[in-house]
Design a protein around this ligand. Sequence first.
Ligand SMILES: [Zn+2]
Length: 198
Amino acid sequence: MGDFFERVVDLEVTGEEAGTLAARMVDWMVAEGVITRETTGDAMYSLPVDVGHVPGPGWTRAVADDSDPSWFPGPVAVLVGRDHHVGGQGQHAADTATCPRCGVSTVVIDYPESFEADDEVWQPFMDGIEAWRKTGRGEVACSACEALVPVTEWEFGPGFDLGALAFDFWGWPPLSVRFLAEFRARLGHRTEGQSGKF
Ligand SMILES: [Zn+2]
């Protein structure tokens, strides 16, 4: 049913704990019948993960509206490991980055003048994110207050999040409020939702 996704990103789990938590979430969704242990690479684009879980017989329990009998959702991909996650379509940088110390926002993509990231502005964030991906630690100095702030504490614009665990629901009808609330409670961390198209 198309090449769009709804994503939940865990913003707080550590890279070390992400695998165990992912396995626990899969066990729960399998037990609920939302997904199966069978995997497929069809109709999903969650690189670098190339397969996702095939929906289970109880997949409708997870969605807000299951009234379209012809709708059968695609796989659910589980992305384990520190990474940046982007929503939208083909977005690669955050629109803005706001310093949690002084509250000053740095504009990365200067809409509507430009639809591309200002490389000079974005480069320190890319470097900090790359260091965090590799080691679990990465910082960017704020150009306004000069504080050295961990990349995970910067507030990025919508559709750009850092996390060590994410779930991509490919081609699913919108997930229900109830399912998402239980999903978040079971993660036990702050989360962010994204959606996008391949
Ligand atoms: Zn600052």
